[in-house]
Design a protein around this ligand. Structure first.
Ligand code: AMP
Ligand code: MG
Length: 325
């Protein structure tokens, strides 16, 4: 049975399990991670097996800070120091050339490793007490909605012997920004709440954002993308106007109205983008449990500044994939 444990007792149990090559789910400021000792190839393989994650999808390694990150990378450029100083602990993952002792399973056989220092006291305490970096993909079956509460993790892996550390609800609510520093120009590979403009300010240069075909900010509609972050209930992204046509069997996730037009279920979400990002996965989990025939998600509200534009871009990428047929 998956078990939720809080406090120092939870950390102590977690460290013991990780040291023995077992898995422990832990909170971060983005989403809950499925942790394993990053330098133990067998433990890392267990993460792929439990999630059903394709072995071609590399894992992010969580570290306690720059010093630990440097033990995993062959080359640590000046840019990495500047970014770690500015944003760590925080929701920024850096991709850099790896050293040989990082297991191939972690990097999907590639020559680079993704590293991040999470901004959560329990995650940091766990890494520090273990004295070793921890891989931490989202603690959900591959392709399903990411977890932002310990209950999401427990329910997803109910029959497994899995320890889940209770760190409350995740603050940011969506996954980290992934920045590739291994090539000529810094490139954002995955958008997150930390925008490319903030990274550019610190580096004093342009930061390329790899166009995600998932995001069409004009039409706000899914492009040709891979499905991910998906509820089991068919899910659609709809405009404010379309909400009025929702059948009573559609569960609504909405910010502009408070009640369902046909008396069905409505899950209210924040009309501010940071709040929307913080609770979107929780709302999708709740929508999935509600057992409607569909989930309709209202398009997120407008962005008012560059920070909000970054959050909106990241949100639209997640929502496009969550609603991809
Ligand atoms: P998840 O752990 O599910 O949040 O996904 C981790 C993300 O980081 C995925 O999009 C991976 O493709 C990406 N990632 C991890 N390691 C690397 C790497 N070495 N190079 C590029 N992307 C990476
Ligand atoms: Mg994931």
């Amino acid at each position: 049975m998956a078990e939720i444990v809080a406090g120092p007792e939870g950390i102590a149990m977690g460290v013991q399990r990780l040291a023995g090559g077992r898995l422990v789910a832990f909170p971060t400021e983005t989403v809950y991670g499925l942790g394993a000792d990053a330098l133990n190839a067998d433990a890392v393989q267990r993460v792929f097996a439990l999630k059903g994650r394709p072995s071609t999808n590399p894992l992010i390694v969580h570290v306690s800070g720059e010093e630990m990150a440097r033990t995993l990378t062959r080359h640590w450029p000046e840019e990495a120091t500047k970014l770690a100083k500015a944003f760590w602990p925080g929701p920024l993952t850096l991709v850099l050339p790896k050293v040989d002792h990082v297991p191939d399973a972690v990097t999907a056989g590639g020559d680079t490793v993704a590293v991040r220092c999470p901004e959560h006291p329990m995650a940091l305490a766990l890494i520090e007490a273990l004295g070793s970096p921890i891989v931490g993909p989202s603690a959900n079956p591959s392709g399903y909605i990411s977890p932002t509460t310990p209950e999401h993790v427990r329910d997803a892996f109910a029959s497994e012997d899995l320890l889940v550390l209770d760190g409350g609800h995740c603050r940011a609510g969506i996954e980290s920004t992934v920045l590739d520093l291994s090539s000529e120009t810094p490139r954002v590979l995955r958008p997150g709440v930390l925008g490319a403009h903030r990274i550019g300010e610190v580096l004093g240069c342009e930061v390329e954002v790899v166009e995600s075909s998932a995001v069409d900010t004009n039409a706000r509609s899914p492009g040709l993308i891979g499905a991910h972050y998906q509820p089991r209930t068919p899910t659609r992204l709809v405009s404010q106007e379309e909400l009025a046509n929702a059948p009573s069997t559609a569960v609504l996730i909405a910010w502009s109205i408070q009640t369902h037009p046909c008396g069905g279920e409505l899950i209210a979400i924040s009309d501010r983008l940071a709040g929307f990002a913080q609770s979107i996965y929780r709302a999708l989990h709740e929508g999935d449990r509600a057992k409607g025939t569909q989930i309709w998600v209202e398009n997120p509200p407008e962005a008012n500044d560059d920070d909000e534009r970054a959050i909106l871009y990241a949100l639209l990428e997640r929502l496009a994939r969550a609603t991809h047929a």
